[in-house]
Design a binder for this molecule. Structure first.
Ligand code: NAD
Length: 357
């Protein structure tokens, strides 16, 4: 059996600035704040609430996600550093217990004095962030900004949609969706709007969700079809759009895939970086997740900076497609996977910022 890393081993091996670890005795939860890199600005990233098999898995998740945030902010060239928090709960948490944990998390944020700002993520809601904001000003969502949209999901979906168009252009010379089939895995805040955009643009949509009723309801609405969990990786499609959980691209799934490209919103889609090479070897174009899924982060940062014009926000989010055009072209020119080209883009941005200091 593989050796599971202990807290100490995980911390020793990490390349980030530091981690905050706290046990919340009242709920039996673990609270992790992973602070990765503040080269570009204060560290910002969402707060995930989830039940893990063991607390170490929660810390590992926080670290991976925080590194992903550094990459995401740098790829988008925005003035934020990478951080992420995880509330590893022992089981479903509601009512006073949930509010208590969120308040204590907010108080922990206060001790970091602005080094890290949080927002909603998988397992947390806008209401949860309002509870944290009761005790802490380090919630960076856009609550309280009048007229601002409260859900980043549709913006993220728009970015993924622009990414799908970019991948189609790169592969086929046209970004038309007619005669193309997109398999959307996870029909939530991102996957739902994405499925509707694809359908509206004339594409065929296949849907898969743990919640089969949800997948079925959206498929009826847009005229798509439902794929069962067992068949998702073997189903033939042009684009596989992972919009649910991470690590769905791994040695177990990649040999089965029957798609031309992978473009989706899920964070950390690759189980390891070697999986990007395995995809390239199979001729499957991979759009690096942290570039494709930056639409919500980009739009909310622009809203924070005062931008309220929805058409302008959309235009900027669609720019993710232009970024991917460049990344795909650079990958071809360098004979490497798009993941490496995106990583070099990130390094360039971080190095430029360091040179300016
Ligand atoms: P969500 O919780 O609203 O929706 C996720 C959906 O996936 C749910 O309907 C859930 O039932 C389903 N699901 C969970 N596990 C699944 C599985 N194994 N197979 C199929 N379906 C499964 O989440 P979301 O906000 O839509 O985010 C989706 C992904 O995109 C997450 O990985 C998230 O971290 C990432 N992401 C989201 C945003 C955003 O703006 N919401 C931004 C960047 C990245």
């Amino acid at each position: 059996m593989a050796h599971e890393q202990s807290f100490l081993e995980l911390i020793e091996a990490w390349d980030g600035s530091g981690v905050v670890v706290k046990h919340d005795e009242l709920t039996g939860s673990w609270v992790f704040v992973a602070l990765h890199d503040d080269t570009l600005g204060p560290m910002v990233g969402g707060c995930r609430m989830k039940t893990y098999a063991c607390p170490e898995d929660g810390l590992r998740d926080a670290m991976r996600l925080a590194r992903g945030m550094t990459h995401k902010w740098a790829a988008l060239d925005l003035p934020c550093g990478g951080g992420k928090s995880v509330l590893a709960i022992p089981g479903p948490l509601s009512g006073a217990d949930r509010r208590g944990l969120l308040h204590r998390f907010g108080e922990l944020l206060n001790t970091l004095d602005g080094a890290y700002g949080t927002g909603e993520d998988l397992g947390t809601t806008p209401e949860d962030m309002r509870v944290v904001a009761d005790v802490s000003k380090h919630v960076v969502g856009i609550h309280g900004i009048e007229g601002a949209p409260s859900d980043p999901g549709p913006f993220t979906a728009r970015g993924v949609f622009a990414g799908i168009r970019s991948a189609l252009r790169h592969r086929h010379g046209t970004d038309s969706l007619s005669d193309r089939t997109v398999l959307v895995q996870g029909v939530g805040d991102v996957g739902g709007p994405l499925a509707r955009m694809i359908s509206k643009a004339g594409g065929t949509v296949l849907l898969c969700d743990l919640d089969q009723n949800l997948a079925f309801a959206v498929s009826v609405e847009i005229g798509g079809s439902v794929v069962t969990q067992d068949n998702v990786y073997q189903t033939e499609c042009d684009v596989y759009a992972p919009c649910a959980v991470g690590a769905t691209l791994n040695p177990g799934t990649i040999p089965s895939l029957r798609c031309d490209m992978v473009v989706g919103s899920a964070n950390n889609q690759l189980e390891s970086n070697a999986d990007a090479d395995a995809l390239a070897e199979r001729g499957i174009l991979y759009a690096p997740d942290y570039v494709v899924n930056g639409g919500g982060a980009l739009a909310f940062t622009l809203i924070h900076q005062g931008q309220r014009n929805v058409a302008e926000l959309d235009r900027r989010v669609r720019g993710i497609g232009d970024m991917l055009d460049e990344i795909f072209a650079e990958a071809v020119a360098a004979g490497e996977s798009p993941l490496n080209s995106a990583a070099r883009r990130v390094e360039r941005v971080l190095q430029n910022a360091k040179n300016k200091d």
